[in-house]
Write a protein that binds this ligand. Structure first.
Ligand code: ZN
Ligand code: ZN
Ligand code: ZN
Length: 326
């Protein structure tokens, strides 16, 4: 178990072969439902240490090989079980107050991680949909506390810093204020849009309107507005094509304890269906050459998601009955 680095691209590989030894579970068994050996009873949401983690508090010494660089797989991996209800489809089916609790629990975990000098990065993400290989459908998200900064974030950090050095402004702030054409939704403190440079057929980025580098620096009202933002944006993902869309959601923020006037936290959501409802695969051009092909335009996607979102707001049917209106 270790973190290997590609000397050409800077990419990292979390090598953890023990994850293959996950025990066989009977069909229909859910480790996240209340009453299980790890979960117990009487909770509204749970932060569980991942039983088959990619990083650990006591990692083995990495292998030493000439020419290559590996780091200790130090850190922590958690599963955040977002509700005791097994059969909810998505985060957007939860009432805003429960989504807010999820966000506050993420914040609490990050505050703890900030105290650990060996932890450099807090990665929060959510994979949704059997179509993209999610085996446990009980609503949950994940947290990796890592000893390295994820390369994609590092790349963004570098470009943002360069812009800041030359012009003295945050490029993210600038884009957020200017972006009107491809906007999906906004409330008092957040704005979501399909970026000009979207790679996936339904890609949305969500930014706080205020310049904030870390998730833990968000104000009370910003957390509340974020719950509203996620609920509506994800409802649009669920309804835009008439069937729930598999997606990946990831939080990009500054490395732990590093204040960045140039880097602005944001969520990125990659909806994996093309407009015809077929799954988009990353293949030769994408995986082999980092060349993404888009069978639509970000402008069209924004319009489709805006319409779906407006429908979520006026017609709360996609949200579960009894959970209140938007
Ligand atoms: Zn369950
Ligand atoms: Zn900014
Ligand atoms: Zn980003």
């Amino acid at each position: 178990m270790e973190i290997r680095r590609n000397p050409f691209t800077g990419e990292r590989v979390l090598v953890s072969p023990h994850r293959l030894s996950r025990p066989w579970q009977p069909e229909g068994f859910c480790p996240f439902c209340p009453g299980g050996p790890e979960t117990g009873q009487g909770w509204e949401l749970l932060l569980l240490p991942n039983r088959y983690p990619v990083v650990t508090r006591n990692p083995p010494t990495p292998t030493q090989e000439e020419l290559f660089q590996a780091e200790e797989a130090y850190g922590q991996a958690y599963v955040l079980v977002e509700t005791p209800q097994h059969d909810l489809d998505d985060l957007s089916d939860l009432p805003p107050s429960q989504i807010e609790k999820v966000l506050r629990l993420v914040m609490k975990a990050q505050k703890e991680a900030e105290e650990d000098p060996k932890a450099l990065y807090f990665l929060f993400f959510r994979n949704k949909g059997k179509e993209i290989g999610v085996s446990l459908t009980h609503p949950h998200s994940q947290i990796y506390i890592l000893p390295v900064v994820p390369p994609r974030v590092e790349t963004e950090l570098r470009a943002s810093e360069e812009w800041y050095r030359q012009r003295g402004t945050c490029l993210h702030c600038l884009i957020t204020t200017r972006e009107e054409k491809r906007i999906v939704y906004q409330n008092a403190s957040w704005k979501s849009f399909v970026p000009y440079y979207a790679r996936w057929p339904h890609e949305v980025h969500i930014y706080p309107k205020r310049h904030v580098s870390h998730f833990t620096a968000l104000r009370e009202d910003e957390v509340r507005d974020l719950a509203d933002m996620l609920r509506k944006t994800l409802c649009a993902f669920k309804t835009a094509l008439g069937k729930p869309m598999p997606y990946i959601m990831v939080l990009h923020q500054a490395p732990l304890r590093v204040e960045t006037p140039h880097y602005h936290l944001h969520f990125e959501i990659y909806g994996m269906y093309r407009p015809d409802g077929k799954l988009k695969y990353a293949a030769g051009a994408e995986l082999g050459a980092s060349l993404y092909t888009l069978d639509t335009t970000p402008e069209e996607t924004a319009e489709r998601l805006r319409k779906a979102l407006a429908n979520c707001v006026t017609n709360p049917r996609p949200f579960r009955a009894g959970m209140g209106k938007v």
